[in-house]
Design a protein. Structure first.
Length: 239
């Protein structure tokens, strides 16, 4: 069964141990797995996105295939070769549009019952979900950020997420999710929500950051999730 690694964001500091990526690599049970890196959420700055990922993965045992615009029509072929599909950050609106236009959803469905790992950071994490809190149309005024919008994504995971949840102005997510009958997660930078079927785990690169669960059957009460704990579908602790 496929694993999903939803990463809230990557801080600008250099993470020397890359704990999240190391964990994703370990899930493949391969000594040197192949990672297909998709930068299409940053379609206007693909080279920058690829270079950032290259620095991020420095020192880890893996082969990386970097997708460029010339590879748009080769997605099926490249995904078949990969153990991990990792989608970078940017604007989820643009990412979803490109995936739909090029029938990537149908291609992904072919592989979802395999043991591949599907991961993403920020917009790249949102795309797997039904909805995510996007920032393409935000503006800043008097030290605050406004106009976050929920983005309709691929819906492979029946949840909503909000990346970069440590941003104080994203408190709006707590109310917006009440319009959706879906379990929801606020994921802070340098934190990953790992999903395998009905099982949930948290991986942290920064111990000060966290992930929060808002259950649709619990009036969207905010519940912090902890690293080192295995959670059931409703985020109760597995016995």
């Amino acid at each position: 069964m496929a694993y999903f690694g939803l990463i809230g964001g990557k801080s600008n500091k250099e993470i020397l141990d890359n704990k999240i990526e190391q964990y994703l690599i370990s899930l493949t049970n391969k000594k040197c797995p192949t990672i297909l890196y998709c930068p299409y959420a940053a379609v206007n700055d693909i080279e920058k996105s690829n270079n950032k990922f290259k620095r991020q993965m420095n020192g880890l045992d893996c082969n990386i295939i970097y997708m460029g615009l010339d590879d748009i029509n080769n997605f099926d072929y490249l995904l078949n070769k990969a153990d991990i599909l990792y989608i970078g950050g940017g604007h989820c609106d643009d990412l979803v549009e490109l995936f739909v236009k090029n029938n990537y959803y149908e291609i992904l469905l072919k592989y979802l019952n395999t043991d591949k790992i599907y991961a993403g950071v920020s917009a790249g994490a949102m795309i797997w979900c039904k909805y995510g809190m996007g920032d393409k149309y935000i503006y800043h005024d008097n030290f605050h950020t406004y106009n976050y919008k929920m983005v309709k994504c691929l819906g492979i995971l029946d949840i909503t997420i909000c990346p970069h949840y440590q941003n104080d102005d994203l408190i709006v997510y707590n109310e917006v999710i009440k319009n959706y009958n879906l379990d929801s997660f606020g994921i802070e930078d340098d934190v990953a929500l790992i999903i395998n079927g009905n099982n949930y785990q948290i991986i942290k690169e920064d111990k000060r950051r966290s992930c929060y669960y808002f259950g649709k059957n619990n009036s969207f009460k905010m519940i912090p999730l902890y690293e080192g704990v295995d959670y059931d579908e409703d985020c109760s602790v597995r016995s």
